[in-house]
Design a protein around this ligand. Sequence first.
Ligand SMILES: NC(=O)c1ccc[n+]([C@@H]2O[C@H](COP(=O)([O-])OP(=O)(O)OC[C@H]3O[C@@H](n4cnc5c(N)ncnc54)[C@H](O)[C@@H]3O)[C@@H](O)[C@H]2O)c1
Length: 348
Amino acid sequence: MSTLRVVQIGCGYWGPNVLRNLAAHPQVELAGVVDIDPDIRAWLAVHYPGVPFAPAFDVGLLDRWNAQAVVIATPATTHFSLAGQVVKSGRHCLVEKPLAMTAGECEELINLAQASGVALMPGHTFLYNAAVTKMKKIIQSGELGEIYYAHAQRLNLGRIRQDVDVVWNLAPHDISILLYWFGKSPTRVAARGATFIQPGIPDIAFLDLEFPDGQYASIHVSWLDPHKTRRITLVGSKKMAVYDDVAENKLTIYDKGVDRAHPEKATLGRFEDFGTFQLRLRGGGVTIPPIDFIEPLRVEVAEFVSAIHEGREPLTNGASGLQTVLVLEAASRSMEQNGQFVKVEDSF
Ligand SMILES: NC(=O)c1ccc[n+]([C@@H]2O[C@H](COP(=O)([O-])OP(=O)(O)OC[C@H]3O[C@@H](n4cnc5c(N)ncnc54)[C@H](O)[C@@H]3O)[C@@H](O)[C@H]2O)c1
């Protein structure tokens, strides 16, 4: 496979992790790094000597650095403008989550990327996490039965952002995971948030997602919490499961549930006799599926490079970036309407 010359834009908190994984990929050559912060450029000069850097992005840089692909790790509000210029210039583009700040912007990026024949990939890192992909396989195997509901918690003290609220900062992770696990988008979202630290920027939020067929999910995000929590509980008709990203055992399957005494007699409607509807609680064993854990960003970068070389869509593509943003938009509208349910717009 030939080498891919990649430029990275933005190297603040998350960017150095991306850059380390780009540098470690055998088919990637770092063509240059752009960051507007002089302290970051001083750090780059020490840690990546020999890699050119620049204080501002312009498309001419990509020509001068002979770049074929760009990774964007700047604040979310800059994604649309930067990614638009990148894909228009015919370069493949990996954009950190969220893909952009509105569904309209996402659609424009998708159209521009299609017109240029380049890959557009949102960095939904958790979809490259081995525990998340293992859970998807467990769901698909039918072991949990029909999925009833999911409860996601993503809490910590900090990093408090000024450019986006807690929903746009943290919930893209849980939304992208739930869309992947459920295999569909919610139809309606209700969200309430509360603001304590900076005016107009909610610090905590609770989202309710209604899926077709009665499935339901709730998401609690907060950057004002004493405990770092990254947990999603899944309740199915046969078993229950917990994905805990900060635990040593990231996945636990509980053989717990509610069984009907005589399922063959059960009808959907009226109670015919008491015995038919006797419910039994089942509290069986616990299993911990083994996971071969690889740093998710390493897998994400590898997927970006492979998708480009193979001329195919990456696992997370423009459409999945758009679907996540449609849910975020509905959540923001609901918060403005004091928690009313808001329809999730269809993607195009
Ligand atoms: N996938 C994940 O798990 C994950 C985790 C954290 C952050 N992120 C995402 O990564 C992105 C960056 O987040 P962060 O926490 O590193 O933010 P940050 O503010 O710490 O860093 C952003 C960097 O971009 C630079 N920058 C800003 N505007 C620029 C521009 N126009 N041109 C060049 N450089 C510019 C800043 O100087 C800064 O160094 C965000 O989209 C965020 O949502 C993803």
